[in-house]
Design a binder for this molecule. Structure first.
Ligand code: NAP
Length: 250
């Protein structure tokens, strides 16, 4: 059973988000996870959680669509469990290309998911957690990226810029929401073994990069998730506005 309240994980069907869901249930959170299209994967994560005796709900949501986010939070409210955590994690990357050749439609879509959608999710969650609005406070973790300090030259400057904006949202909201009992932090993963790399156009990207990574290996989704769970927990009760790099020295 959950004793910590509800943790909403956007993009909880695969990769880092799925690992967060599994470890969050281990740590006593009730989990609400979203997926965009991978319903089967979302159901598999939920089945694991239920097998372990945890509480979980699954919600279809395209975070690029405001009405879809509104529908998600209506479902969250109907659960009747106080929302006390947000892993603001859903994100996409585009095929790597020089900036001047990047397709504007794809850039617009990327910002709709990684920035506008993530911002609206932050706002809806904060409204529910804020003590001045009847909430119980809580913790928010944005999934940024080390790309926000590397810049992504020649490959993914648009993606890097969307993650840099998440860093700034973390700084600003960490200050704005502190008096509401809400801590806001971000993790900045480096190269992590998930499906997202195929979307860059190179399905072998992780293997191709391994030799140049300081630890000579990519990170795992679980290694990122453990840090997110720490930041969500009371063990991090005085940590806010922090950007935590999980790049194995990158
Ligand atoms: P992933 O395996 O591709 O998973 C992406 C997740 O986001 C999936 O659950 C997906 O849902 C969901 N999603 C995608 N578009 C969405 C949309 N429009 N609306 C709602 N959900 C959407 O990627 P990942 O590597 O775990 O990435 C998770 C986060 O970590 C992203 O923000 C990414 O930018 C960041 N990150 C990853 C790395 C890395 O090396 N892997 C490094 C730095 C930062 P479906 O399953 O339904 O498609």
């Amino acid at each position: 059973m959950s004793d910590k309240g509800l943790l909403l994980v956007t993009g909880g069907s695969r990769g880092i988000g799925a690992a967060v869901c599994r470890l969050a249930s281990r740590d006593g959170w009730a989990v609400a996870l979203t997926y965009r299209s991978a319903k089967g994967e979302a159901e598999a994560v939920a089945a694991d959680i239920r097998r372990g005796g945890g509480t979980v709900s699954i919600h279809q949501c395209d975070t690029a669509d405001r009405s879809s986010i509104a529908g998600l939070f209506g479902e969250i409210d109907a659960l009747g469990i106080p929302l006390k955590g947000l892993a603001n994690n859903a994100g996409i990357i585009n095929p790597f290309t020089a900036f001047i050749d990047a397709d504007p439609d794809r850039m617009e879509r990327l910002y709709a998911v990684n920035l506008t959608g993530a911002t609206i999710v932050l706002q809806e969650a904060a409204k529910r957690m804020a003590k001045s609005r009847g909430g119980q406070g809580g913790a928010i973790i944005n999934t940024s990226s080390i790309a926000s300090r590397l810049g992504g030259a020649g490959a993914c400057v648009d993606y890097s810029a969307s993650k840099a904006a998440l860093d700034v949202l973390t700084f600003g909201l960490g200050r704005e929401l502190a008096s509401e009992g809400i801590r806001v932090n971000a993790v900045r993963p480096g190269i992590i073994e998930t499906d997202i790399h195929s979307d860059t156009g190179n399905p072998n990207r992780v293997a191709d990069l391994t030799d140049e990574l300081p630890m000579k290996r990519a990170g795992s989704a679980e290694e990122v998730a453990e840090t997110i769970l720490f930041l969500l927990s009371e063990r991090a009760s005085y940590v806010s506005n922090a950007l935590v790099d999980i790049g194995g020295g990158r």
